[in-house]
Design a protein around this ligand. Structure first.
Ligand SMILES: Cc1cc2nc3c(=O)[nH]c(=O)nc-3n(C[C@H](O)[C@H](O)[C@H](O)COP(=O)(O)O)c2cc1C
Length: 318
């Protein structure tokens, strides 16, 4: 059933990873994805080390399947989170947004499988040199922090495949349907990491307004902002328009930092403050039309992969 080097590496049924997302990837979501045959990740970047410890314990109560933790290296207290994973015997860690050399060896020495998220082939090479077990390449369509290189998933996957040789590779960015997973596999990926689609689910702890706005988003519903300070793709809301205007005026990193102020991500994702918060969201939101359960999402992704593969062969592509 969709076996690949990624499903083998993580001992999961389907090579479909739920990306670790600040504010919205907690125990219930991660456990539901793992229970449905994918790999759920806790998003630790918005958690304190103590909160992470509790979420790991909570996830264990909800699933006996493998799950992992995402650690954004530039988020607060990454080393303490690495230690929590080691002491808590977490089997899988996805690192991102920082130098993969910093923690890969320590995690691997503790028997943890390590994947690192990259936005370019150049950084994929660095991840390979750091000794990671797998790489996620994330295109510019993705929700959250994107690479300023602006490489789209379609171009990035084959480039990164070339850079990483046979290492297990996951594609991320813009994927909301099984046909897109089939396309990513055709491009050379062994699996996918998905974020935005998993927010629009019953099990995700995101504010209901966030989920609703994902459903409502059309093809221009997201915008890439704050290139000089915190390059990220977010839903187009009053706050995003304000930052986009500063970007267009050529505002400095400090000016943009001041306009952000603290806690905007929390205001959006958790409090549902449409005016003042930001909502990390990928372009694939335009393909999402309803809020489903994780079981329904996984089922439609898996059947969509098969249909996508069939479509290709029906068109005579052998
Ligand atoms: C709300 C949100 C928060 C995110 N936070 C993180 C994070 O803390 N660390 C990280 O590595 N990636 C983060 N991401 C990226 C996801 O893990 C994933 O790679 C991305 O969402 C894939 O693109 P997609 O949204 O188009 O599916 C975030 C994405 C979203 C939408």
């Amino acid at each position: 059933m969709l076996k690949s080097s990624v499903s083998k590496l993580f001992n999961i049924k389907y090579p479909i990873i739920q990306g670790g997302m600040a504010h919205v990837s907690r125990a219930e979501l991660a456990a539901a994805v793992s229970n449905a045959g994918g790999l759920g990740l806790l998003g630790s970047s918005s958690m304190t080390p103590e909160e992470l410890k509790e979420e790991i314990q909570q996830t264990r109560k909800l699933t006996s399947k493998p799950f992992g933790v995402n650690i954004a290296i530039m988020s607060p207290e990454p080393e303490a989170k690495v230690d929590i994973c080691i002491n808590g015997k977490v089997g899988i860690v996805f690192t991102a947004a920082g130098n993969p050399k910093l923690y890969t060896k320590k995690l691997k020495d503790a028997g943890i499988k390590v994947a690192h998220v990259v936005p370019s082939a150049r950084l994929a090479e660095k991840a390979v040199q750091a000794g990671v077990d797998a790489v996620v390449c994330e295109g510019f369509e993705a929700g959250g922090h994107d690479g300023i290189e602006e490489l789209t998933t379609l171009t990035l996957v084959p480039l990164v495949r070339r850079a990483v040789g046979n290492l297990p590779l996951m594609a991320a960015g813009g994927i909301s349907a099984g046909s897109q997973i089939a396309a990513a596999l055709a491009l050379g990926a062994d699996g996918v990491q998905i974020g935005t689609l998993f927010i629009a689910t019953k099990e995700c702890s995101a504010h209901s307004l966030f989920k609703q706005k994902i459903i409502e988003a059309n093809e221009t519903g997201t915008v890439f902002v704050a290139r000089k300070y915190r390059p990220q793709r977010i839903l187009r809301n009053p706050f995003a328009e304000k930052i986009a205007e500063l970007d267009a005026k050529g505002a400095s990193a400090d000016e943009i930092r001041n306009a952000y102020g603290p806690e905007r991500g929390r205001k959006g994702a958790i409090e549902g403050d449409w005016e003042n918060g930001y909502f990390n969201c990928g372009q694939g939101a335009a393909l999402i039309t309803e809020i489903k359960s994780i079981a329904e999402v996984m089922e439609s992704l898996v059947s969509g992969v098969r249909n996508g593969a069939k479509l290709v062969s029906l068109r005579g592509m052998k």
